[in-house]
Design a protein around this ligand. Structure first.
Ligand code: SR1
Length: 401
């Protein structure tokens, strides 16, 4: 058993050469470290003769963006590999194929999605994706249903829950999403221009903080299903018609609404950022309407598929009681809206921002986007309990404009 080491490009090539059946013996391999995420190394290994390539994703024993001062468990690579396998079973074609996993090296060898683009970059560029809402709606419905108590044998569900014990990555979310944005925490990354706004708007609003505390409690205690745990637009890769969900290293047993809320939040952050990326107000209006339509369709696809699975594959007898489904889907929606609000706020004042907003060159427009994201986020958190359908989001956005 080889001791863990963070690969150099040369070590990545040497490892790739030993992979059975991956490259021909005549291969001329090159490796490039292309990771731009917060946590890991990502190498693309390519054979210049055949054009074949693979991705190596290797966990580092610390948070990459912060460095050695913030150690982090390598076990997240095992969790990611297992979550990708379960997602591939639940919705084939919507996640990259995992070729192999090496536990000692915390290394996943997987399909190279070289023809795909990170969704966040596509949204910043103003692109439209015809199958995105359907694919993400289906991905969420199937992955979230098949690991839940609605479907799984209760003993097997609890065993799976143990497999996805992920305390260190959960702690990151507990701190960075639900705690630090609501006080003057050292980890925060508050843009100087809005610092004076943040104090009264977030830190002194006791009603808002109470609702965030309730949502944090749900994140910590509501072990409904295996969630992706970090389903933002940087965790989705797209072509014009194809969609792949990547990076489930934050997977754990949590509330179904947490994944749905993450997608809502990131589409809404893109909504807030639009004036900073489009050439005129007409383009902004049109692209915003596309984003709102995507949000609505994504929920409707999710809800339709989740309902179909509930009606045809639920094994839990008491869940078949009249009225249960309506209650169940409504709490998913209300949780999702609340989590979306928390996830918008953390991307403005917390440690990790989003490029949608940070790349707006014009300061006035960037500040307007930041304040709008905070206003919509807070309104979602406070207004979630009145929501009975996805159109509630549109109404809440209107009140926050
Ligand atoms: C220190 S990790 C910061 C963020 O990156 C990941 O994508 C998660 O969203 C995490 O909160």
């Amino acid at each position: 058993m080889e001791q863990y080491r963070a690969f150099s490009t040369e070590e990545a090539i040497a490892y790739a050469k030993e992979l059975p059946d991956r490259f021909p013996s005549s291969a001329s391999l090159h490796a490039e470290e292309i990771g731009d995420g917060n946590l890991n190394y990502v190498f693309r290994i390519k054979d210049s003769e055949s054009g074949k390539s693979v991705i190596f994703k290797q966990a580092l024993p610390y948070v990459r963006v912060v460095g050695g001062d913030w150690p982090l468990s390598l076990d997240r690579a095992r969790i990611e590999a297992l979550a990708l396998k379960l997602a591939a079973d639940a919705c084939p074609g919507l996640v990259p194929e995992v070729y192999s996993f090496n536990q000692e090296q915390a290394l996943i060898v997987m399909e190279d999605l070289h023809d795909h683009l990170i969704l966040r970059k596509g949204l910043i560029a103003g692109k439209r994706y015809g199958n995105l809402s359907r694919d993400i709606g289906i991905y969420m419905a199937r992955t979230l249903f098949y690991s839940s108590d609605l479907y799984m044998n209760p003993v097997e569900k609890k065993a799976r829950q143990i497999q996805f014990h992920n305390p260190e990555l959960c702690k990151i979310t507990e701190d960075l999403v639900f705690t630090d944005p609501y006080w003057d925490a050292p980890s925060n990354n508050i843009p100087g221009e809005i610092r004076d706004f943040v104090e009264p708007f977030l830190w002194q609003d006791e009603a808002l903080k109470r609702e965030v505390a309730i949502l944090k409690h749900a994140f910590v205690t509501k072990a409904q299903t295996l969630v992706h745990g970090d389903l933002h637009t940087g965790s989705v890769m797209v072509t014009d018609l194809g969609t792949k969900v990547i990076d489930p290293e934050f997977a754990y047993y949590g509330p179904i609404g947490f994944d749905v809320g993450a997608m809502l939040a990131n589409l809404l952050l893109s909504y807030c950022a639009q004036p900073g990326h489009r050439v005129d107000s007409q383009q902004t209006v049109e692209y915003r309407s596309y984003l709102l339509q995507t949000i609505e369709e994504m929920w409707l696809y999710f809800e339709a598929e989740f309902r179909r699975l509930y009606e045809t594959e639920t094994t839990e007898p008491m869940a078949k009681t009249a009225g249960f489904y309506d209650w169940y889907i409504q709490q998913i929606l209300q949780d999702a809206i609340g989590f979306a609000g928390c996830k918008m706020i953390r991307r403005i004042v917390g440690l990790a921002h989003v490029a949608d907003i940070d790349t707006i060159a014009n300061t006035e427009m960037r500040v307007a986007a930041q304040k709008q994201a905070l206003a919509i986020g807070a309104a979602l958190i406070k207004g979630r309990q009145q929501a009975t359908g996805i159109d509630a989001i549109l109404a809440i956005i209107d009140t926050a404009r």
